[in-house]
Ligand binder design. Sequence first.
Ligand SMILES: [Mg+2]
Length: 225
Amino acid sequence: MKLLLFDIDGTLLLTNGAGTRAANRAFEKIYGIKNAMNQIDAAGKTDPLILKEIFLNELNRDYAQQEARALYDHYIPFLEEETGKAEITVMPGVRQLLENLTAREDMVLGVATGNIEEGAWIKLRSAGLDKHFKFGGFGSDSHSREHLILKALDRAKDHIAHPTEFEKIFVIGDTPYDINHGRAAGALTVGVATGSYSRAQLEEHNPDHLFDDLNNLQSVIRIFE
Ligand SMILES: [Mg+2]
């Protein structure tokens, strides 16, 4: 049995600014800070790390847990609203790849994303991709991508009939964070240059496999054999 863990933003889909707008609205609502997200590079970072960076930038301090909870409580309905209005882009080849992989019995699919869990499901639903996933590791599990990948692996064991060790684990993502933390978690890593990092930039981090996009079904599924 193999386990495939997909990153969401830049790998499966793009919300075309809906996530950023939702986070900006939450910050403005609570702290009166406008466009807080626009000052930072969020790609590949977990929601708690993004939050930490914004607090340091804007308020010169770290955040308390109840502040994070209050922000997330505003962010989630804003995200529903913004993804409902936005044109969601599903990355090239993703729909046919997921249809193909979901039908197979030698693989289990999950997500490994920096999004908090509720946010991740909203984004997947908005693209019609949620049906392919039943579990994952999320930014709400840990600020560390390595740890949330391990959490996804843990949860994956509840979704197979005979929980043994997975023969292979793949982490598929669009940033160096997916590659480096995936490797640290013991996974084979697959870089996809559909996000904000180029193929050359991802190559520097030595992923086990590297694609411009996931459009060539045959060449992609071959690596999971
Ligand atoms: Mg990403």
